[in-house]
Write a protein that binds this ligand. Structure first.
Ligand SMILES: [Zn+2]
Length: 325
């Protein structure tokens, strides 16, 4: 168990990282840690997180009243306490304004899911909390429904993001993963269309996640990609099947990557699924309730995935039976 001085030093170190990565500007952002004695250490207000000293760290009680430290505590302590009170196993909270993630929060768009495996496992769905004035009790409570739905990383509308976990470094890593993910999403949109993982593969990731002891409400709900739109953001996403590895009886790999090219075991590659009809455009401006994706869109997407899978299977069967003749 780290002593109080070590925890203060760790808060300074995480502050330095969020500042250097450009997750906060000037004196923005705040960090807190739950201590065994029922009190909390938190960053002071009005000090850049890039240049904190252990002696700057404030100590507050369970109601947010300052009980130690020379500098006044962050004005956002209510947000942090709301998390500590709601989720008993959480010991650390980091709030910052990582620019790529905050872009989604400003645009009012849910971060689409079912795209990168690490994100599915370590963060899962990233809900978007309603806007309220920072520092207020109402603002602190905007995240409650999402905490109850087991979110460890939450976007704050027109503001930034907050992450929590057992350790300070884990909470910080969620913000790092989220911002990198959002950056990749924005870049992918520039390069072409975004391809989602097949639902069955997402389910495999969720099973893996469960084995690692990380809760994900989607396992119980049986609907893996409910928050996968952001219909606006994914509009025009690719319906091409993601090339997947399959091994033949001899253990040779046979992918569906490059049409017409010899594969590792000398068999011709199956053709990729037809570029297929475009995914039906979603009506722009349709209201998507916070924390809810469009179930009809999910159903359509699943139907499309099934159809693509069926086509790939058909083509593969034909090639195998042709080769056997
Ligand atoms: Zn903020």
């Amino acid at each position: 168990m780290m002593n109080e001085w070590d925890v203060k030093r760790e808060i300074c170190e995480i502050g330095r990282r969020i500042y250097e990565r450009g997750f906060v500007a000037a004196n923005d952002g705040n960090i807190s840690v739950r201590m065994p004695g029922g009190h909390y250490l938190c960053t002071p207000t009005g000090v850049s997180k890039g240049f904190l000293k252990p002696s700057d760290i404030a100590i507050v009680d369970d109601s947010g009243r300052q009980i130690g430290g020379d500098k006044p505590r962050t004005s956002e302590i209510l947000l942090h306490l709301e998390i500590f009170h709601e989720v008993e196993w959480v010991n650390a909270v980091v709030h910052a304004h990582p620019p790529h993630a905050t872009a989604f929060a400003v645009a009012g768009i849910d971060v689409p899911g079912c795209i990168l495996p690490e994100v599915e496992i370590f963060i899962g769905q990233v809900p978007l909390a309603d806007y309220d004035t920072p520092g207020s009790k109402d603002f602190a409570q905007t995240i409650l429904p999402h905490l109850r739905n087991k979110a460890n990383t939450i976007l704050l509308a027109n503001h930034g993001a907050v992450a929590c976990d057992k350790t300070l470094e884990q909470a910080y890593f969620h913000l790092e993963t989220l911002d990198m993910y959002c950056r990749i999403l924005l870049l992918s949109k520039e390069v072409g269309n975004i391809q989602q993982l097949p639902e069955q593969k997402v389910r495999e990731l969720l099973d893996l996640k469960q084995k690692m002891g990380i809760e994900d409400p989607r396992l119980a709900e049986g609907d893996t990609c409910t928050l996968s739109g952001s219909d606006e953001f994914l509009r025009g996403f690719s319906t091409r099947a993601i090339p997947q590895h399959t091994a033949d009886a001899n253990g040779h790999g046979r992918g569906s990557g490059i049409a017409g090219q010899p594969s590792q075991n000398g068999q011709p590659q199956p053709l990729p699924a037809a570029p297929a009809q475009r995914y039906p455009a979603v009506v722009a401006g349709r209201e998507i309730p916070a924390a809810l994706g469009s179930s009809s869109t999910t159903a359509q997407r699943r139907a499309m995935n099934d159809e693509v899978e069926r086509l790939v299977q058909l083509i593969t069967d034909q090639i195998i039976s042709g080769a056997a003749r």
